[in-house]
Write a protein that binds this ligand. Sequence first.
Ligand SMILES: Cc1ncc(COP(=O)(O)O)c(C=O)c1O
Length: 355
Amino acid sequence: MSQLTISNSILDTIGSTPLVKLNKIIPQNLSHHQFFAKMEYFNPGGSIKDRIALAMVEAAEKRGELKPGGTIVEATAGNTGLGLALVAAVKGYKCIFVLPAKMSGEKRALLRAYGARVIITPIGVEPEDPRSHYSVAKRIAASIREKTNNCFYSNQYHNLDNMELHYNMTGPELWNQTNGEIDVVAAGVGTGGTLSGVSKFLKEKNKDIKIICTDPVGSILYDLYYHGKVVDPPGSYKVEGVGEDMLPDNCKLGLFDDFVKVNDQEAFSFTRKLATEEGLCVGPSSALILVGAMKYAATLTKPSKIIVFMPDSGKSYLSKVFNDQWMVENKLETEENMKAAFNIEVMAEEEMKNY
Ligand SMILES: Cc1ncc(COP(=O)(O)O)c(C=O)c1O
């Protein structure tokens, strides 16, 4: 067990997350590989985004963009908001977050619990549309800045402090944790910061490490990587936090070695398996990344050590992937499967007498 210490604030507990070997979920045909999950829900705000939240705020403070009592504004799928809200609570800033309506109720409630203001925007609008969460966040930030000259629009998609953090922190952390024994790293792209920063660091150490982006069906990134343009127009998908309808500055496609497409059905059924077979109650994007990593691993003959990022916790999705009715209604599982495998039945009074 590592030495236990006292933290000066909750912010000191960000990072140094566990790397956990997957034991039961990997099919027999891939058993010559080893898969390790980077468990980012161990961060205090429950996701990988705590890392960049602290880094972006500290960089803004250094630049003088954010001063005591100021306001932080962000367009977020929820997790960056949670990280920023945590940092803001400790440092005494106000927060406003703009989320597309797709994001789970649990994330909205948690943001409010940290004292943040939450604004919901419609889904299915272009990024440039004035109603998109990007556009609304930008307008709110500009208006507060004009009035107070003390507002930080953290702009996680295009603010390169994001990628820089993963280059300086997450990449070295993985390298040290594995003694450099890594063949493949898989993650998704939300802003691209994780995969780009980690790739830049690891490839400087060992250019043979393969960096795999797992992309949901409906995201445009796969097309941009392989065709240099959008072939299939962006579509909707239910996994949160990964995939894009635009190319963020933090997403450096040249640092990736391959892309694998994964659909909602695959991601959602593996989310349930990760909880019941490995004890890892993670969000659907973690399962999407694992499925993508397994598809890529099937092309490798050499036994490989494969790192799979697991960006957040399943607790944020109890009303979705862990809700049988929601799974059936959204055609992600059949009623029969849900009943057979996961349904929590109320024990009949007659049966109760046996206990
Ligand atoms: C829920 C979630 N948050 C964050 C990330 C990482 O995203 P980013 O590309 O913004 O670093 C991912 C993808 O791996 C994700 O699934």
